[in-house]
Design a binder for this molecule. Structure first.
Ligand SMILES: Cc1cc2nc3c(=O)[nH]c(=O)nc-3n(C[C@H](O)[C@H](O)[C@H](O)COP(=O)(O)OP(=O)(O)OC[C@H]3O[C@@H](n4cnc5c(N)ncnc54)[C@H](O)[C@@H]3O)c2cc1C
Length: 245
């Protein structure tokens, strides 16, 4: 990793952080820092990080069913703030509560209600973005092509996104969640095979997510056990999915 300086956007002055212009001008933008390859905080050459952690306000309008969300917030904070205001409004995003809105929304964002309600990108209606010349654009001034690009195409390539306006979605007060775990001795292979053939055809309200992993057997030393875990969300009450299951 190269030398690293940080300048927190919206943060207080701190002797640890100072503005710095790297010789090759390389800038990393950090939202929640969950990038799998570390693109928000790693480089071979000296660079600065623009860290958005202090830009994390979330303002919710339950009448209008919209919210403005700053890019330093986490997706867990978004869900929590919406739930504080309404039990029947939701936003559709990923499952990891510490994912930053910054990288998450500009990568598209898929979650447990996506079969029914789409991705986060599908439900973004406006944004504020700083371009390389320091100009702030909204959806209207950036144009529909760029607005399309930043919802899935990765924001870093186009500028720094400061905030998003999203559409909140109507949901029922109660939804249904359940997990089923099976190992090879419990027909996991057949279940995974069957899952591949039905998961895209089931009711849109139902998302069947599959994890495969292995663990050491506690009873048979040296032996590994393969597990298939089906994590499931049905965007309605429990009465409907029971017969389907
Ligand atoms: C444990 C885990 C679980 C996950 N679960 C899901 C899931 O359920 N669904 C799903 O869709 N994805 C999921 N992801 C993927 C996750 O959404 C992406 O890794 C996302 O890019 C993380 O965003 P971040 O802001 O936390 O990351 P960061 O590392 O901060 O940013 C990721 C990228 O976006 C850029 N970026 C960040 N903020 C901005 C900004 N404001 N303007 C411009 N560019 C910016 C960064 O420079 C970097 O290139 C998961 C990731 C992890 C690690």
């Amino acid at each position: 990793m190269g030398n690293r300086w940080m300048y927190e956007v919206g943060g207080k002055q701190s002797s640890h952080y100072r503005p710095y212009a790297p010789p090759d001008g390389l800038i990393r933008i950090r939202g929640g820092g969950h990038d799998y390859e570390g693109f928000s905080y790693i480089s071979e050459t000296p660079f600065v990080i623009i860290d958005l952690r202090n830009l994390r306000s979330i303002s919710i309008d339950t009448e209008d069913k919209t919210a403005w969300i700053q890019d330093g917030a986490t997706i867990g904070e978004v869900y929590y703030r919406i739930a504080e205001k309404s039990k029947t409004l939701a936003f559709v995003g990923g499952v990891c509560p510490t994912d930053g809105v910054g990288g998450h929304f500009n990568g598209g964002s898929y979650g447990m209600m996506s079969r029914k309600l789409g991705t986060a990108a599908d439900n973004i209606i406006d944004t504020k973005l700083i371009n390389a010349n320091g100009r702030i654009h909204d959806r209207e001034s950036m144009g529909e092509d760029l607005f399309w690009d930043i919802r899935g195409g990765g924001g870093t390539s186009f500028g720094i996104i400061i905030s998003w306006k999203v559409k909140l979605l109507d949901i029922l007060e109660k939804v249904t969640v359940f997990n089923v775990t099976r190992n090879l001795e419990q027909n996991a292979t057949q279940l995974v095979y069957k899952w591949q053939h039905i998961t895209h055809k089931v009711d849109d309200n139902l998302l069947l997510r599959l994890f495969l992993w292995s663990s050491q057997s506690l009873v048979r030393r040296g032996q590994r056990i393969v597990h298939a875990i089906f994590t499931t969300k049905f965007v309605r009450g429990v009465d409907e999915p029971l017969p389907k299951m």
